[in-house]
Unconditional design. Structure first.
Lengths: 111, 198
């Protein structure tokens, strides 16, 4: 019975502690490496320059989410931890947007 | 919760140290949010001579640094997986690997800073661009340094028999801090190095 449960857990990529297995961690690392390589490739493609910021921000968000959900276990942990972190992230995002809007005239100045 | 972890009862049912770490990480987002936005506003700005960040940054070099930090996060989770299985020896190996990768990252940052200051003329006091860049990346480097010291102290504690399967939460909390340092670099790498000046 215990062996069967262990086998089922392993198949779903989760260990006894309710965290991902070592194999799942390696798979995530491979995805993160490919995304980083893709980011650098995109940076050197003049044809994609119009969409560069959107593509880079999208890739960065995916990498961020993968680390937070799987390596920091937010996908498997209590929602209160997610709420605490999301609150901080949301306020930080608001700070970035507010400062850029406030200083937008200076942003395009030459000096 | 880790297998066999002995918990004191709490009102939330959650471990207070882990809750505190998440609260700290949430508040640390504010610090880096402010530093990143200040950098973005002042990027390339100088009253003496405007600087194009594209001419300063070495993207392939920084990509390798970003890759090193990502791999350190992998080593960190493998250390946690090892202690959750009760394998203290393998946990030590992965923790030392994580700390070493962290030191490689710091060495790379030291070389980059020196190169900017001596070859490209970008210093912390030279112009507002240099100030915001060095303060942001310097704060991140300080976080990495604290992380390396923390990881090495966990290794030292394991030799004193204080890290066991029952208290794998100690490794998990150190890991949370380390992964946070990694995700901050994911943001810095994109917003500071890759996104071109507006």
């Amino acid at each position: 019975m215990a062996d069967e449960q262990r086998r089922l857990r392993r198949r779903s990529g989760v260990n006894e502690a309710g965290h991902p297995t070592a194999l799942r961690y390696v798979q995530i690392a491979l995805i993160l490496s490919v995304l980083t390589l893709f980011e650098v490739w995109v940076y050197y493609q003049p044809a994609l320059s119009r969409f560069l910021i959107a593509i880079l921000l999208g890739l960065s968000a995916v990498k961020f989410a993968l680390v937070v959900l799987f390596y920091m276990h937010l996908k498997f942990d209590n929602r209160l931890f997610s709420a605490l972190f999301t609150l901080g992230m949301t306020i930080a995002g608001c700070i970035i947007i507010a400062l850029i809007v406030l200083f937008r005239a200076y942003l395009f100045a030459s000096v | 919760m880790a297998v066999g972890h002995v918990e004191e009862p709490t009102t939330t049912g959650l471990n207070h140290r882990k809750l505190l770490m998440w609260a700290f990480l949430g508040s640390d987002c504010l610090l880096f949010g402010s530093l990143i936005s200040t950098y973005m506003i002042y990027r390339g700005k100088s009253v003496t001579q405007p600087i194009n960040p594209r001419h300063v940054f070495n993207i392939p070099y920084t990509s390798v640094s970003a890759f090193v930090l990502l791999m350190s996060s992998l080593a960190m989770v493998l250390a946690l997986a090892a202690i959750q299985r009760g394998d203290v020896h393998r946990m030590r190996v992965w923790l030392v690997a994580t700390a070493c990768l962290g030191m490689v990252f710091l060495g790379g940052q030291f070389y980059e800073f020196t190169n900017f200051a001596t070859v490209k003329g970008l210093t912390i006091g030279g112009n507002i661009f240099g100030t915001t860049f060095f303060v942001l990346t310097g704060f991140h480097g300080t976080h990495v340094t604290v992380g390396v010291i923390w990881l090495l102290s966990v290794v030292a504690a394991s030799y004193q028999g204080r890290i066991k399967q029952q208290n794998s939460l100690d490794v998990e909390i150190a890991g949370l801090y380390w992964h946070f340092v990694d995700i901050v670099w994911i943001g810095i790498f994109t917003l500071v190095y890759l996104v071109p000046a507006m």
